[in-house]
Write a protein that binds this ligand. Structure first.
Ligand SMILES: NC(=O)c1ccc[n+]([C@@H]2O[C@H](COP(=O)([O-])OP(=O)(O)OC[C@H]3O[C@@H](n4cnc5c(N)ncnc54)[C@H](O)[C@@H]3O)[C@@H](O)[C@H]2O)c1
Ligand SMILES: [Zn+2]
Ligand SMILES: [Zn+2]
Length: 361
């Protein structure tokens, strides 16, 4: 029997989000229904609402979630009702060309639920990143459920489902940050701070946090930044060079995703260094760089989708580090809120007041 639950939808471009009754079908073959316990508010949800990702409105927002598997469909063997899971948007298919080449963290063909969740009048919803977890329950593919130690609190665990994993992975998987490296991170929201925490875990010697908001720089220090730069007041490229003996950082991570921050990242890195773009640009943005500089500065320019993570490998490991007290995931949760407060949380995110607002159900 399909169930009716409450969920947060974005009805149209730039319209305020609202709580509606949504219909969640019973899980079909390969699918699972998850009782959502917590779901963080990520900047990507705001991009969806603004029409910056696709125009397939209405969206069921929310994609940074943890919860309990309630029921599973035919043929599901990897999870069972009662399991505590983090939802992921990379349910590795095992068959696409990336998977077949042994690089499943690039999987191009992630599994999503085949059935659609709908509004009461039958309007089909597009779940954000194939998840849609600002809802009491959601329907996903069973491969989107990654079991982790239930000792972790849902509000904290859910963050690994997107932004925090994207940031940690941008540093340790994509950027290959290692012991002794110098790292600069532009944009210290949830994703940038996670890149700082990841660099710290990996043993970076110098971690330079860059933001236009002093409050964000203060939190970045708590996450492991050794130096901070307010790029509204100081030229960040010059400042990073000064802090690195005139050279630039080994790895620069752009967690904002704008042409100007990308250029800063490009020039703040040492010769043969690495730039990692993890912030998501919007379709109208264009980048202009002298091609000779691209050649002459060498190194690599990489983009990081979801921190090049493998949920089955990375989620349980990071939850274990958290439970051992070696990765302070709780520090990312600024506030816990209710389903009907998501619109307010977007405003607070926009004003830079929060690292993460987490809806707790
Ligand atoms: N690649 C991925 O897989 C992935 C996953 C999740 C989120 N994201 C993206 O990462 C980005 C950051 O997400 P978030 O949730 O941390 O957002 P956020 O809004 O919490 O943080 C953004 C931070 O950037 C700072 N900032 C804004 N403009 C700046 C500038 N010009 N220079 C320096 N700092 C600036 C803000 O002050 C803020 O601290 C978003 O674009 C989001 O869509 C990417
Ligand atoms: Zn694949
Ligand atoms: Zn996200």
């Amino acid at each position: 029997m399909a169930q009716e639950v409450r969920g947060v939808i974005a009805p149209g471009k730039d319209e305020p989000v609202r709580v509606e009754t949504i219909v969640v079908p019973d899980p079909g073959p390969g699918e699972a229904v998850v009782r959502v316990q917590a779901c963080g508010v990520c900047h990507t949800d705001l991009h969806y609402k603004q029409g910056g990702i696709t125009d397939e409105f209405p969206f069921l927002l929310g994609h940074e979630a943890a919860g309990i598997v309630e029921s599973v469909g035919e043929g599901v063997t990897d999870v069972e009702p009662g399991d505590f899971v983090i939802l992921n948007w990379r349910a590795v298919c095992g068959q696409c060309r990336a998977c077949l080449r042994g690089r499943p963290w690039y999987c191009f063909n992630t599994h999503n639920a085949k059935q659609k969740m709908t509004l009461l009048d039958g309007t089909e919803l597009s779940p954000a990143l194939g998840i849609g977890a600002f809802a009491e329950k959601t329907l996903v593919h069973s491969g989107q459920c990654t079991k982790v130690d239930p000792a972790a609190s849902p509000a904290v665990a859910g963050l690994l489902g997107c932004g925090v994993m994207a940031g940690i992975g941008a540093a340790i998987n994509t950027g290959n940050v290692g012991r002794g490296d110098s790292v600069a991170v532009i944009g210290c929201g949830g994703v940038g701070d996670a890149a700082i925490a990841g660099s710290n875990l990996a043993g970076a010697a110098k971690i330079i946090a860059i933001d236009i908001d002093d409050r964000k720089l203060q939190t970045a220090r708590k996450m492991g930044a050794t130096h901070t730069i307010n790029s509204k007041e100081t030229d960040p490229v010059e400042a990073v060079r000064e802090l690195t003996g005139g050279f630039g950082a080994d790895v620069v991570i752009d967690a904002v995703g704008r042409p100007e921050t990308y250029k800063q990242a490009f020039y703040a890195r040492d010769l043969a260094g690495t730039v990692v773009l993890v912030g998501v640009p919007t379709p109208e943005m264009k980048l202009e760089l002298p091609l000779l500089d691209v050649f002459g500065r060498g190194g690599s320019l990489k983009s990081s989708w979801y921190g090049d993570c493998l949920p089955s490998r990375d989620f349980p490991m990071l939850i274990d580090l958290h439970l051992q007290g070696r990765l302070d995931l709780a520090a990312f949760v600024t506030e816990t809120i209710q389903l009907d407060e998501v619109e307010k949380a977007f405003e607070r995110m926009h004003q830079g007041d929060v690292l993460r607002s987490v809806v707790v159900l």
